[in-house]
Write a protein that binds this ligand. Structure first.
Ligand SMILES: [Zn+2]
Length: 271
């Protein structure tokens, strides 16, 4: 691998100190090559293992900006549209979360997307969390604050029988109907909602932060803890201004991030 080059002279005429020095250098060189090869092999093995067994342990979070396309959502007093605010917030939130989580945004531009299609994206991604973002709207212009919804179905509703549009869960009795799926995650969804409420209180001490249950279609078929957050009332002129301010969206995103981190620290996440 490395040869001792003794130019021109016979061995016996060579200075032995020079030869020893060359041998030490040679050993160091060989040692370095072995060490580097070992490190490279370990790195490749780790990457392959992560690819094969998906051991990155970074949960997938699907962020769902409400509305889009023909569905504009609430319109503020000066014409600001809910679909624009939710997309801007989703992008801000994604940037904050992508260091620690794998992030998917259900709608990446201004186009129509069905409610069940949004949930289907989360289910197909095997997401650990589904966060749908909206703003509130009220005829009472002074209504303000943040509301976190988790799913709750009225028990007296008719039994489920309709076919699904997400293609994941069918009426096959061997597989659960998609409309019953969120019921499995109700406790975790509720924990997530109250955890988020706590963090919103820090950023909006001026307003009410509510947690509510509702039979929301976009949450119904989610096979993971799921919440819908109304991050302010766009119908309120003061809140419309806030929702246009990137700094407010950043504060809201930071609160959601803290809530998510706390949620995962409370439970052992199973991929
Ligand atoms: Zn909405």
């Amino acid at each position: 691998m490395c040869e001792l080059k003794l130019q021109g002279a016979a061995w016996e005429n060579y200075n032995w100190n020079t030869i020893r020095l060359k041998m030490v250098k040679c050993r160091l060189k060989v040692g370095f090559i072995i060490l580097a090869s070992g490190m490279l092999l370990a790195l490749v093995t780790e990457i392959l293992a992560k690819e094969r067994y998906n051991i990155t342990k970074q949960p997938i979070i699907v962020i769902d900006p409400g509305h889009g396309g023909h569905s504009s959502g609430v319109q503020g007093p000066t014409g600001v549209l809910e679909k624009t605010v939710t997309l801007a917030l989703a992008q801000t939130l994604a940037r904050r979360l992508e260091t620690d989580y794998r992030i998917k945004i259900s709608r990446t531009d201004d186009y129509d997307l069905a409610l069940t299609g949004r949930t289907a994206i989360a289910n197909r991604s095997q997401a650990a969390l589904f966060i749908s973002l909206h703003t509130g709207g009220s005829f009472l212009h002074q209504t303000n604050g943040v509301t976190v919804f988790y799913f709750d179905r009225k028990e007296k509703e008719a039994p489920f029988s309709e076919p699904t549009s997400d293609g994941l869960f069918t009426d096959n009795p061997a597989r659960p109907h998609w409309k019953t799926i969120q019921k499995r995650h109700l406790i975790d969804s509720k924990i997530l909602a109250f955890t988020l409420q706590h963090h919103f209180e820090a950023v909006r001490p001026d307003a009410k932060i509510r947690v509510q249950r509702a039979p929301l279609t976009v949450l119904m078929g989610a096979n993971m803890p799921a919440v819908l957050i109304e991050v302010g009332y766009l119908s309120n002129p003061v809140e419309e201004k806030k929702l246009l301010n990137p700094e407010y969206l950043l504060n809201i995103a930071a609160s959601i991030e803290k809530g998510i981190n706390e949620f995962f620290s409370k439970k052992i996440w199973h991929p």
